[in-house]
Design a binder for this molecule. Structure first.
Ligand SMILES: NC(=O)c1ccc[n+]([C@@H]2O[C@H](COP(=O)([O-])OP(=O)(O)OC[C@H]3O[C@@H](n4cnc5c(N)ncnc54)[C@H](O)[C@@H]3O)[C@@H](O)[C@H]2O)c1
Length: 337
């Protein structure tokens, strides 16, 4: 069994690689080739913690595994991370466990890569201003995905706490030179903004990675041709885009229809109010990759991609990481015998 830590993965698996994995995952998911039963949730009452077990199989590709994620809110008072994840990969021929992978890191990578894939597929080529909402656990990889896929002059960051936003911008400015992205893309200014509306007015690409329960900006301010990637909301109560943004968009893509109808608050709230139908969207992003639905058709269209996250992203990314690690001889091998 191979154990792969964040440091191991970082040696060889780039955001560009992960975008490829995630595009494969979206296509497999929309082709209905992924067996992924509803996740099992166990609640540990005395600490109000939840442990989630998420298995997946793509038999024809030999992908078999599961992600275990725990969300234990009391951990923050103990100085420990609230969310912890591990991915277990199995050999599809023998059922033996073949790898144990840092799932917290893979989650950040593949969630960033979902945004990256949507930018690659849907955003205009020539962009100047990007905006990132959120400075939490996911935000670093969201920003890396933006820089990996387009050359921005400026990326504006908006958080709830301005001091934290300034710290995040400073940290990212120091990290960018080390990122494995195109050299000329590294020439980007990262600036902190207090007001989301000020930030989005000239934006070409907007990325949302927050826990917000209401729209983060006024949709009336959106410029023609903007692309929005929303990854934050995952319940009916959560929402990162206001009604105007959803209704103004020319094309809307989602990761998975059933999950969207359960978890994407910005859409389900409008569906429940009868403002949009369940079929309001253009297509799943996997169907766009498969050429079954159209993508951006001109420079003026406003496009949205909403991700709630699907297990195929973890499964395909983890398998590709495992295969490359074996090829390169990276990681620690453990034998149960
Ligand atoms: N789509 C996916 O596949 C996927 C994967 C992992 C996490 N997520 C979700 O993404 C969200 C962000 O994850 P995280 O780990 O970074 O969370 P986090 O708790 O570490 O950070 C949340 C961030 O949201 C910001 N925020 C909240 N309300 C805001 C507002 N009104 N304006 C500006 N910023 C605001 C906070 O300041 C903070 O920076 C969570 O809801 C998480 O569940 C989605």
């Amino acid at each position: 069994m191979l154990i792969l830590t964040r440091k191991d993965i970082d040696q060889f698996y780039t955001m560009e690689d992960c975008i490829e994995s995630v595009m494969e995952a979206f296509a497999l998911s929309s082709s209905k080739k992924v067996k992924a039963p509803v996740r099992t949730k166990l609640t540990v009452e005395h600490v109000q913690g939840n442990a989630l077990f998420m298995p997946g199989l793509v038999e024809e590709k030999g992908y078999l595994g599961a992600k275990i994620v725990s969300v234990f809110p009391q951990n923050s008072s103990k100085g420990k991370p609230v969310v912890n994840a591990t991915i277990v990969m199995l050999d599809v021929e023998t059922g033996e466990v073949k790898a144990l992978i840092d799932g917290t890191y893979v989650t950040k990578m593949r969630t960033g890569a979902a945004t990256g894939a949507s930018i690659k597929l849907l955003a205009r080529e020539n962009v100047k201003i990007g905006v990132l909402f959120g400075t939490g656990g996911q935000s670093e990889k969201q920003l890396e995905a933006m820089i990996a896929t387009r050359h921005f002059e400026e990326i504006r960051v908006v958080g709830r706490n301005f001091e934290k936003t300034l710290d995040f911008c400073e940290k990212m400015s120091l990290l960018i030179p080390e990122m494995k992205v195109k050299e000329d893309h590294k020439n980007v200014e990262i600036t902190a903004y207090k007001d989301g509306n000020d930030a989005v007015a000239e934006a070409d690409i907007i990325v949302l990675a927050t826990t917000s329960t209401k729209g983060l900006f006024d949709g009336n301010l959106l410029k023609n041709g903007v692309h929005i990637s929303g990854v934050g909301s995952y319940t009916k109560e959560m929402c990162e885009m206001d009604k105007t943004t959803v209704l103004t968009a020319d094309k809307v893509y989602i990761d998975d229809r059933d999950s969207m109808l359960e978890e994407a608050g910005e859409f389900t709230q409008l569906i429940d109010q009868g403002i949009i139908s369940e079929d309001f969207y253009t297509g799943e992003i996997g169907d766009l990759i498969l050429g079954k639905v159209p993508g951006r058709e001109n420079e003026d269209e406003i496009t949205i991609f909403k991700s709630v996250g699907i297990s195929a992203q973890d499964l395909v990314s983890a398998e590709n990481i495992y295969r490359k690690a074996i090829e390169l001889g990276i990681g620690q091998v453990i034998d149960f015998d």
